[in-house]
Design a protein around this ligand. Sequence first.
Ligand SMILES: *Cc1c(COP(=O)(O)O)cnc(C)c1O
Length: 353
Amino acid sequence: MPRPIQAHIDLSALQHNLHLARRATSARIMAVIKANAYGHGLLRVAEALKAADGFALLDINDAVRLREAGYRQTILLLEGFFTPDDIPLLAEYDLACVIHNAQQIAMLDAYPRRGSLQVWLKVNSGMNRLGFAPQEVPAVMEQLKAHPAVRDITLMTHFSHADETSGVAAQLEVFNALSAPYRVARSLANSAALLRYPATHADWVRPGIMLYGASPFAETSAQQLGLQPVMTLHSEIISVRELKAGDYIGYGGQFRAETTMRVGVVACGYADGYPRHAQTGTPVLVQGQRTRMLGRVSMDMLTVDLSAMPTAAVGNRVTLWGDGLPVEEVAHAAGTISYELLCALTARVPVYS
Ligand SMILES: *Cc1c(COP(=O)(O)O)cnc(C)c1O
């Protein structure tokens, strides 16, 4: 038997979350499946989300795999191409690509095949990560419209604050002003903007995290939004012991028992992707009942408090996050966000659906 840790992917929850996105917008939906579909498995997720109008990811090899698996939707490379060698593949597999800098346009100039590429021109409306400055857009648009290799142009931008109260207003205004002169498709919204700012929906929305059933907002839970968690990380208790007052647990003796306690050791550690920075008190479910993690997370194990669970025993099921325990809560206790926990699941954890 392998170690008891496994991640379950609930395909019907994925579909439920896609339907929820559909009900929230009339825009086309580009399902974001970068980072191995936020750790959920690229092809598994694409199959469950095959009703999406497009898929967005980063790796050209993954994009080719999707095409070869038979998906006919728009497939968008969110960082575009990195070398001129990638460009013929874009044409051959009809992959749309983001163009975000002048170096990429220069590489395109060397590619002669006419009308073969769908381009998403990325504009920096305030995030200051990728994209052309608003004042560069008129010249770049003229260049791309006149470019023999370019078939179709979509204008896009990405929000830096859509999940916070400061919102999207400033970036939306910049983008609307610069895109107004052009009759091209437009795309702005991530999950947070899709859920909260209908004025950003335009022609294509690009939800990621909400499809996986986690909330993009710190103050609103996934359940309040009607989202269903997709990944449940679960394992088992592999050892139970009693501690006396004054005993310590694990590396560094970070947790000290104040009274007699019952504790369980769970087969899950940071080498599985559980956050090492999770603190004592991070929620965990044992047989569906909520308790807390104790002390420091080790590479392959962590310890939980069973003092209120006198019948808990070796072999009991432990939920680290997912069904009954929102991944956002675990992320919060570890000083991070759900995105990081989901996509940090490591290759040694078997994933099934
Ligand atoms: C990752 C990403 C998204 C999806 O963001 P979520 O917050 O997961 O919805 C959308 N657009 C771009 C450009 C991205 O990189």
